[in-house]
Design a binder for this molecule. Structure first.
Ligand code: ADP
Ligand code: MG
Length: 365
């Protein structure tokens, strides 16, 4: 197989403000025709990373390569306009005094005569044929977004950087425009680096997700890997509510009110957390906690008392107070299931769907 040179590769990027690293040794590869998402909570350093790749902000350490060529390192820097990188941001930032033609053609260095056919071709591609003479204020949010896309595509960028580009659109519009945008970018074989703080958006759009926290990438991989093999409790909690059971390990087993959990390789006496998503708790409707579990994979059923239940669209969310330590568990079930507050239910944890994480041992000071 031919060696694949990544379209975009960043190595050990660092950016500090007031000696505090807000981007802390980030390394990442994005291939042509692929979408990679930088996903993480607000303030974790996503936009700063994007700005360094665009070249509008200088890194303190690290390197950026495009198609195997260094575009930015300690003592070398290609200016932003020569990087063949397209940008799309949340606020579209169209020029209000230019019509659609003017906006889309802005980045094209061709003479006016040659520019117009390309502009029209792009407008057609984004479904806005005939909109050339309109001004941004005459367009809906979705239309402005498409103009921004056409403008970003005009110089045929090799890389597209997108910073929460869909968050200004209402939900109904968003899905459609998101899918169309990606389809166009994939067709052009562009490498896309998309920033979002919404896990659902990342799961929907990305071939690869880089999960960020406090300036670092804590996990990278395909969406199903990030979802199904999270590295720690916070990585689980970023995608859904979580239920947590604490336990101490003895003989590679964690003993809990829900029965034993395998803890291979965890030393005796170590505290662990067993983390389980609301959809992976099973309610024991048949036996109400009496008698053995239906299969070994469910362990022991534990009683909880319903606190609140709500229908949240295609599924129901039930919150229960657990008898053994007063903690609150969240359980989701498909369809409408709305038990009254005070109702006792028996919960079981699916062994194949829960995660066990050893807790850090904090030195006593
Ligand atoms: P995100 O896009 O993930 O929300 P940012 O990259 O915008 O995060 O910001 C990361 C951190 O860097 C934040 O704590 C932010 O306050 C800080 N920051 C960003 N830009 C500057 C700046 N120009 N000066 C000082 N701090 C900054
Ligand atoms: Mg940001």
């Amino acid at each position: 197989m031919k060696d694949l040179i990544p379209r975009l590769e960043i190595r050990n990027l660092v950016r500090r403000y007031d000696r505090q690293a807000v981007v802390d040794h980030i390394s990442l590869v994005v291939n042509a025709g692929q979408v990679t998402c930088l996903l993480g909570p607000s303030g974790c350093g996503k936009s700063t990373t994007l700005r360094m790749i665009a070249g509008v902000e200088m890194q303190d350490e690290g390197e950026i390569h495009v198609d195997g060529r260094t575009i930015c390192s300690k003592d070398f820097r290609v200016p932003p306009e020569q990087r063949q990188i397209g940008l799309m941001f949340q606020d579209f930032s169209l020029f209000p005094h230019l019509d659609v033609e003017g906006n889309v053609g802005f980045g094209l260095r061709k003479r006016k005569k040659y520019r117009l056919p390309r502009v029209n071709e792009l407008l057609e591609r984004v479904g806005l044929a005939g909109f050339g003479k309109k001004y941004p204020h005459e367009l809906s949010g979705g239309e402005q977004q498409r103009v921004a896309l056409a403008r970003a595509l005009a110089p045929e960028p090799r890389i597209m950087l997108m910073d929460e580009p869909f968050s200004g659109l209402d939900n109904r519009l968003r899905d459609g425009i998101r899918d169309e945008t990606l389809e166009i970018l994939r067709e052009q074989d562009t490498a896309v680096l998309l920033v979002t703080h919404e896990p659902e958006e990342a799961m929907r759009m990305a071939d690869n997700i880089a999960l960020m926290r406090s300036g670092r990438i804590i996990q990278q991989g395909a969406p199903y890997n990030i979802f199904n093999a999270p590295v720690d409790r916070d990585a689980v909690a970023f995608f859904s509510d979580v239920n947590v059971v604490r336990a101490k390990v003895r003989g590679s087993l964690a003993e809990t009110p829900f029965g034993q959990f395998l803890a291979p390789g965890v030393p005796d006496g170590r505290d662990v957390e067993i983390v389980v998503r609301p959809q992976h708790i099973k309610i024991d409707f048949d036996r109400h906690g009496k008698g053995p579990a239906p299969t070994i994979s469910y362990g022991t059923a534990v009683q909880g008392i319903v606190k609140r239940s709500r229908f949240i669209g295609s599924e129901s969310l039930v919150e229960l107070r657990m008898g053994y330590d007063d903690s609150v568990f969240k359980v989701t079930l498909p369809g409408v299931f709305l038990p009254k507050p005070g109702t006792p239910l028996w919960l079981m944890i699916r062994r194949d769907k829960c995660f066990l994480f050893p807790l850090e041992h904090k030195p006593v000071t």
